[in-house]
Design a protein around this ligand. Structure first.
Ligand SMILES: O=C(O)C1=C[C@@H](OP(=O)(O)O)[C@@H](O)[C@H](O)C1
Ligand SMILES: C=C(OP(=O)(O)O)C(=O)O
Length: 413
């Protein structure tokens, strides 16, 4: 399928964003480990959370988590402490996303895990057992999801857990989000140094919990506000000012691109105000999911940039470094990569496709970050637009309600 997009002349919208998938998927694991009856409220309706709910509710012999990185990593640890034998698998891409660091760490604790396909990658065959280990060292520079997965089971291990992280830690706010939720569910855990974390044994308590709106999803509305040439005012109820979500930092970066955030009792209000900065140089290691939003926005605003800390982008839903460079070329922007962890643009242009059709590579964020480009460049097409359901199933409905024209083109390319 392919969508053809047209933009409204000005942007006035109030959008109920999806609930955070990162918080939903943590709350579901912690709820399951608490053994309680009070299910978390306002869980996301996105694919990544739905696969988690199905797995935990039914615990089939073969658990298919499709494309959900959090579900793969969090359930792998969860199954190690849960009675029974299960195979956990996912999409073809998921079977290329590395998991050895987590498997090695769990095996050190005493877990029974075998690779059911290729060494180092899902699918995995896991038999739950009593884990007696309590201290491990693991790399912190590949994916924070391995660390979050270990921390969450740490509180139900007989001796708790001590983690020593090596290398430069990526996605640290997601580790802090895990610690915050563990605390909300009654556990004690925290940093003991810049690179070590301790979890006290004692388990979780049954806790009423409500999931807040998703700051990563909010970034596309910031982007639309920044790119509108007319007036723009967007309300996003349900976002919290002091959010534990690291991606709330997007608000501060967008202020430098001419979008002001007003925090209200209901959520936030965005307004286009002031001029974008002359250039943007930023380390995005704490907010990798916003990389696509900022790279596309800066190109379309004509703001040169250098974004570092992108080393985790190659192992996400697609190789996001390659995907960004390839698709921005179709819009006439020549973006460069360095050392697989930096993207930079000095304003260089190339001939654009006359009717650019953006490929999405089974990556929701490629579709969501490129759609706002229609505000600057009419006649953008998005291939396989349904990918957005991974984190934001109503994305296109929300765009329609905000005045965007979305028609289905018969051709797929
Ligand atoms: O823990 C989480 O909820 C997430 C952690 C991040 O992954 P990495 O730690 O692999 O960078 C992020 O990209 C992902 O969308 C969600
Ligand atoms: C990287 C992402 O998800 P995950 O790693 O959980 O599949 C994302 O949502 O951008």
């Amino acid at each position: 399928m392919q969508y053809r997009l047209t933009a409204p002349a000005s942007l006035h919208a109030s959008v109920q964003l999806p609930a955070s998938k990162s918080i939903s998927n943590r709350a579901l694991i912690l709820h399951a480990l608490s053994g309680g009856a009070t299910r978390p409220e306002n869980l996301s309706d996105c694919d990544d959370t739905q696969v988690m709910i199905r797995a935990l509710d039914h615990m089939p012999d073969v658990i298919d988590i499709h494309a959900a990185g959090t579900a793969m990593r969090f359930l792998t640890a969860y199954l190690c402490v849960t009675p029974g034998t299960h195979v956990i698998t996912g999409t073809e891409r998921m079977q290329q996303r590395p998991i050895r660091i987590l498997v090695d760490a769990l095996r050190t604790l005493g877990a029974r895990i075998e690779y059911a396909g290729n060494e180092g990658f899902p699918p995995l065959r896991i038999t739950g057992t009593r884990l007696t280990g309590s201290e491990i060292e693991l790399a912190g520079n590949v994916s924070s999801q391995y660390i979050s997965a270990l921390l969450m089971i740490g509180a139900v291990l007989p001796a708790g857990l001590k983690l020593q992280l090596t290398g430069d830690i990526v996605s640290r706010p997601y580790i802090n989000l895990t610690l915050q939720l563990m605390h909300d569910f009654g556990a004690q855990a925290g940093w003991t140094s810049e690179s070590s974390i301790a979890v006290t044994p004692g388990g979780y308590r049954d806790t009423p919990f409500r999931v807040e709106s998703d700051w990563s999803a909010a970034s596309y509305w910031y982007q639309m506000t920044a790119l509108t040439s007319g007036n723009a005012e967007v309300e996003l109820p349900g976002l919290r000012v002091h959010s534990p979500q690291g991606d709330s930092r997007g608000a501060e970066l967008f202020a430098r691109l001419g979008v002001q955030t007003e925090f209200t009792p209901q959520g936030v209000k965005l307004r286009k105000e002031g001029q974008p900065a002359e250039r943007l140089d930023e380390d995005l290691v704490d907010i990798p999911d916003l990389a696509q939003t900022f790279v596309v926005t800066c190109c379309l605003l004509g703001v040169p940039f250098r974004f570092t800390g992108l080393q985790s982008l190659k192992i996400k839903e697609t190789d996001r470094i390659c995907a960004l460079i390839t698709e921005l070329r179709k819009l006439g922007y020549t973006v460069h990569a360095e050392q697989d962890s930096i993207l930079w643009w000095d304003g260089e242009r190339c001939p654009a496709d006359p009717q650019p059709a953006i490929d999405t590579y089974e990556d929701h964020r490629m579709a969501m970050a490129f759609a706002p480009a229609c505000l600057v460049r009419p006649d953008i097409r998005i291939n396989e637009p349904q990918v957005v359901s991974k984190s934001y199933p109503r994305y296109w409905d929300d765009l329609r309600a905000a005045g965007f024209g979305i028609t289905t083109s018969p051709e797929s390319r």
